[in-house]
Write a protein that binds this ligand. Structure first.
Ligand code: VTB
Length: 325
């Protein structure tokens, strides 16, 4: 790691909260309206506006997609005022577009700001992931071990029977075998319809969330964002890209990936100093959703930084409703 205080200014740890707050408020106005695209667009527009007010020389490395498919916050887009530290940005202005459109739990506005060159430039393909919270011996679970072995090892380390372990898994047909294996091992499963950034982060506070381990295949960009959070808050994670055809492999190759089978550990997904922020859009297990009343808007945000391990929970009351339009 370089001299991190020179690269990531600590003022950014407060400034970064505004970026996700603003995106979350914009998306929250469209909660439950059945329109994923409009909610996502609102979050993107607002996040971009606030990001461009930050004193950074930022490059989006994980964004809304490649330039030809994303008009804004595309991979390679330069953001910030153009003065200040040179940083890489990973973002998902609305992680959980469907959750928002249906007003379901755990939709988040998410961003990570990192020292240049330290985040895996994940292509928009799938990624197989395993994650647990902090406090366990390194290598306790492994992406290549069976679910049974991982659950048994985790239960033993936690000092509980496997039946008291809960795994979080995306509810997808591709996970039928995984779900069966986890159930056969005796563990419980929290199935989620979307939102595996939150799913991974939930493992860091099992007492609050009821989730001990995240397993299964979700988006690769979401994997890097989740890894950035775990680097800050503590936890273990391993991941491997899942590329199913030549189009996906060439997508990965364009992002500089040479070994499509490589297993990444947490530090290879996000290696340097990184700040992570998430604001709740809908109510969730760790963050409340945006609340509106006639005088103010209330947001719930977590901001973390890897090099210091500081985790800030920021409940903000925004008095001027017009400010977010
Ligand atoms: C997950 C989840 C996202 O995509 O990464 C998932 O975290 C993976 O893709 O919220 P599929 O939906 O194709 O399974 C989302 O659900 C949407 O980006």
């Amino acid at each position: 790691m370089t001299d991190t205080n020179r690269v990531l200014d600590r003022v950014l740890t407060v400034e970064i909260a505004r970026v996700t707050e603003r995106a979350a408020v914009a998306a929250a106005k469209l909660r439950g309206r059945g329109d994923e695209v409009a909610a996502d667009q609102a979050a993107v527009d607002s996040m971009r506006k606030e990001l461009n007010a930050l004193n950074i020389q930022g490059t989006v490395v994980i964004g809304e997609g490649e330039r030809d498919e994303a008009p804004m916050l595309f991979i390679g887009e330069e953001v910030g005022t153009g003065t200040g530290p040179v940083v890489d940005i990973a973002l998902d202005p609305l992680e959980g577009t469907t959750l928002t459109a249906k007003a379901m739990p755990d939709a988040l506005a998410v961003i990570a700001i990192a020292e240049g060159g330290t985040l895996l430039h994940a292509p928009d393909v799938y990624m197989d992931k395993i994650a647990i919270g902090g406090g366990y011996e390194p290598g306790l679970v492994d992406l290549d071990a069976s679910p049974q072995d991982n659950l048994k090892a985790l239960a033993k380390a936690k000092g509980v029977p496997v039946s008291e372990i809960t795994a979080c898994i995306l509810d997808r047909a591709r996970h039928a075998k995984l779900i069966e294996e986890v159930r056969n091992s005796g563990a419980a499963i929290r199935l989620i319809t979307d939102g595996d950034v939150a799913g991974v982060i939930h493992t860091t506070d099992p007492n609050e969330t009821g989730i001990d381990i995240y397993l299964g295949i979700g988006g690769a960009p979401e994997g890097v964002l989740a890894a950035a959070a775990l680097r800050c808050i503590g936890g273990q994670m391993q991941a491997r890209l899942v590329t199913n055809n030549d189009e996906q492999r060439s997508r990965a190759a364009r992002m500089g990936i040479e070994d499509f089978e490589r297993k990444y550990n947490l530090n290879e997904l996000a290696s340097g100093d990184v700040m992570f922020a998430a604001t709740g859009v809908t109510d969730g297990s760790i963050l409340a959703g945006v609340k509106f009343d006639d005088k103010r808007i209330t947001t719930d945000t977590v901001v973390m930084r890897a090099s210091t391990g500081t985790v800030r929970w920021i409940k903000a009351q925004h008095s001027f409703l017009g400010k977010f339009d």
